[in-house]
Design a protein around this ligand. Structure first.
Ligand SMILES: [Mg+2]
Length: 423
């Protein structure tokens, strides 16, 4: 699956800054209270290229339309078979999208099936090409309309995510700004937590992985639970022994437990000082999460949100009082455009925010969002991103900092390396 795809030219109309442009146009802003993703009334949301030489024209008038959208699909084997509470895997699928305009190229990606690449080719490329690359939220609206009848959750949302993040990278490169500066930084660096601790690891492997992250200066580490619930108390105690008393110990059940079982184990985990219980039951069960949150031991945060595919999913979690922390994944929720809206939702309802996996793609946005708690430094993805992307940022003493000397998110695909994983 490769090469420039789609075609098309869009009509014209502009906004000069990306993030709030649709709101100023009277489009899908917060004023649409009943439906956070409701489209502008005209139905024609396609961003239009700026009219040349008009009064008040700016530097943006010199930019051209998006010329091409390219998508590639890869499958990267894990070091060994891995598992969590509800899934086993031996490879990680990934799509990478490149968008071009005015001699610059933006890159985005998502950890999802090769099928998402087909969605990019057949449904999204033609919508994006010809659009004004500065009007990313407008292009996002157009993509959302285009996939309406396919259904947003899952593969389709990840396809939109990869294109949207590529477009934001392109815009930052066109403006010769690091993405964090384009969005407006709230902080210069972000705290990261080590995440892995798969249920496929032996106790000693689990201990050495978690201990290594703490030794590198990370303040929190996360392990998986739920595959063999009877073993979990001992594995969690062993993890605590390895990381010492000061590290924040987090567990993630990936929805493996029943409600009563989760509550019982929450009390056991609390004895080992567990501070975070992620998806104790499936995050589809908002009421169940809420009941666990209400009865969980003091000091233990209930977290979910990685399967938030649309803004409604996060609104639902917040309205139901299901979580103490909202997670969102930029490669699933529809990209940076909705990711920023989720962050604003967290600010509005006073919930801490923690981006899920894909650390390199979250680094710049995490510098710009309010209520940030920390960023997940996920074992499988940091391994892939270090291998595939020139510009990968190593954490230092538990923090990651964006390279402000490079435009965009600062990442370039190492095509020769990636080629060996092509599907
Ligand atoms: Mg999780």
């Amino acid at each position: 699956m490769t090469g420039p795809v789609g075609s098309g030219q869009g009509p014209q109309e502009t906004a000069k800054d990306g993030r709030n442009s649709m709101e100023r146009k009277g489009g899908s802003g917060p004023e649409d209270e009943a439906h956070p993703e409701t489209a502008p009334p005209s139905g024609d949301v396609r961003p239009r290229s700026p009219s040349r030489g008009s009064p008040g024209s700016t530097r943006s008038d010199h930019f051209q339309a998006v010329e091409s959208v390219r998508v590639d699909a890869y499958e990267i084997p894990t070091e060994c078979p891995e598992s969590d509470g509800t899934l086993e895997w031996s490879s990680t699928p990934m799509i990478v999208v490149h968008v071009r305009a005015a001699g610059e190229t933006g890159m985005g990606y998502a950890y999802t099936s090769e099928a998402a690449a087909r969605i990019v080719e057949t449904e999204l490329a033609g919508t994006v090409e010809g659009s004004d690359p500065l009007d990313v939220p407008g292009i996002w609206e157009a993509m959302r309309h285009e996939v309406r009848n396919l259904g947003r959750p899952g593969i389709v949302s990840s396809a939109v995510s990869a294109v949207d993040t590529a477009l934001w990278d392109l815009k930052a490169r066109l403006l010769n700004l690091p993405l964090a500066s384009l969005l407006g930084r709230l902080r210069e660096r972000v705290p990261v937590y080590g995440s892995g601790g798969f249920t496929s690891l032996s106790v000693s492997e689990l201990q050495s992985q978690l201990e290594a992250w703490v030794s590198q200066g990370m303040r929190w580490v996360k392990m998986k639970v739920g595959r063999r619930p009877g073993d979990d108390p001992e594995r969690v105690r062993a993890a605590r022994e390895a990381v010492g008393q000061d590290a924040g110990l987090m567990v993630d059940a990936n929805g493996a437990y029943g409600e009563a079982q989760a509550l019982e184990l929450a009390r056991v985990f609390a004895e080992a000082g567990v501070c975070w219980f992620e998806e104790p039951v499936t995050s589809d069960d908002r009421a169940g999460l809420r009941r666990i949150r209400d009865r969980a031991p003091a000091g233990m945060r209930i977290a979910a949100g990685e399967y938030g595919w649309t803004l409604y999913d996060f609104v639902d979690l917040a309205r139901a009082g299901s979580v103490d922390v909202i997670q969102a994944d930029i490669t699933r929720c529809g990209g940076l455009t909705p990711f920023l809206r989720v962050a604003d939702l967290c600010e509005a309802v006073q919930l801490p925010f923690s981006p899920h996996t894909a650390p390199s793609l979250h680094l710049h946005p995490a510098c710009a969002v309010p209520r940030l708690l920390h960023v997940e430094y996920f074992h499988d993805h940091e391994r892939i991103e270090r291998m595939l992307f020139e510009g990968f940022r190593e954490p230092r003493a538990g923090w990651q900092s964006p390279d402000l000397g490079r435009p965009g998110h600062g990442l370039e695909l190492r095509r020769r390396v990636a080629e060996t994983f092509r599907v």
